[in-house]
Design a protein around this ligand. Sequence first.
Ligand code: DLL
Length: 436
Amino acid sequence: MAKRYWNEKIECMEHSEMQKLQSERLVKQVKHVWDNVPYYRKKMEEKGVTPDDIKGIEDLHKLPFLSKADLRDAYPYGLLAEPLSNCVRIQSTSGTTGKRVVAFYTQHDIDLWEDCCARAITAVGGTNEDVCQVCYGYGLFTGGPGLNGGSHKVGCLTLPMSSGNTERQIQFMMDLGSTILCCTPSYAAYIGETLHDMGYTPDDIKLKAGIFGAEPWTEEMRHEIEKSLGIKAYDIYGLTETSGPGVSFECEEQTGMHINEDHFIAEIIDPDTGEVLPEGTKGELVFTSITKEAFPLLRYRTRDICVLSRKKCSCGRTLIKMTKPMGRSDDMLIIKGVNVFPSQIETVLIKDFKATPNYQIVVDRVGNADTFEIKIELSDDMFSDTIKDIATLEKKLSADIVQILGIKAKISLVEPKSIPRSEGKAVRVIDKRKLV
Ligand code: DLL
């Protein structure tokens, strides 16, 4: 019979016991960071806190927050808590500007991360009888390596496909009888469409479950994917800063994701004031990693907006649940699974135009795929240039955007004064997707 839990003791632990475990680990972690991360020690000193003030999770609120800006300031080694000789891996977010995040891992960190992913795979019914096809990107992105590691732990036959070459994905899926699919929800939807276009039905494949995350997706999309592939589709959440996928995962109840609380303490705060909000209130998710050795972020502001709930779950797990992220408290967009900051686009425009032109980023979703257009206003001078010059500029912009973001945008050069002017802040992003 399929194992219900990867680690029953932890996943079903009494809340009071979990709090005890978290307290012990937090106290240890704060000392580790104080002793080894001068950057964070300084932040603690500025707030007038020392490790002696942290006796358990009730003192967590005394610690200062960390944000993406800190990661940028401290890039690349400033938040490292272990000598580099103890680190065996880095992973990183997409984007090649200063917004990049580089996270470090010791072998122990990788083991724990893969363990979290193994919990997620077991929660969807995965065992060593399964064939797990991993079509998240491999490389710097955490999706492929994380689920690959989890799949190995569970003992599944692992297909490290990475993304792309969809017909080949389907061929492998059929030839090797894949039963679990791991990829972004938009890629899952595309695989479903391609399966249909190739003249097959869900009866032609053996898939039973999918583990989809890394970008926002709706319940409607879940139902479509479930129908097109004949599976149950589960959500998984994580971020590079805290390890990658597996910070939280969905169980058979499919009503939110259980957070691996033995590794991550979750808080919800008011994004404007930083005040800690009670359970059940919508706010910004903050994580403290209490077991990471190399890159242990304390009170890291994820910018993801969600709600936490400790309502009893029918799966038997006692781990707190988070809703799907309902939005962000910064301007980061996730387009085609890639994290995009409007400032990265501006960097390209400044480079190619030697100044910031009027522009607008338009994102939409057609079917289940994101569309990404950048409208850029030509100046009067440029407008009178030849069509050939304009086409050359368009090509250059398109190539530079791919280089910096790793995804393609439709570049539309538009007439002078055709982008609406705003009387307040410029409206640079029009996101027409309905993701919550
Ligand atoms: O996306 C890690 C991951 C890989 C998660 C594979 C799940 C599966 P980053 O590239 O650092 O890491 O992006 C992290 O993606 O702060 C959220 O805004 C968003 N995100 C991640 N999972 C979900 C999800 C990976 N299930 C950022 N639903 C996070 C909605 C998600 N948004």
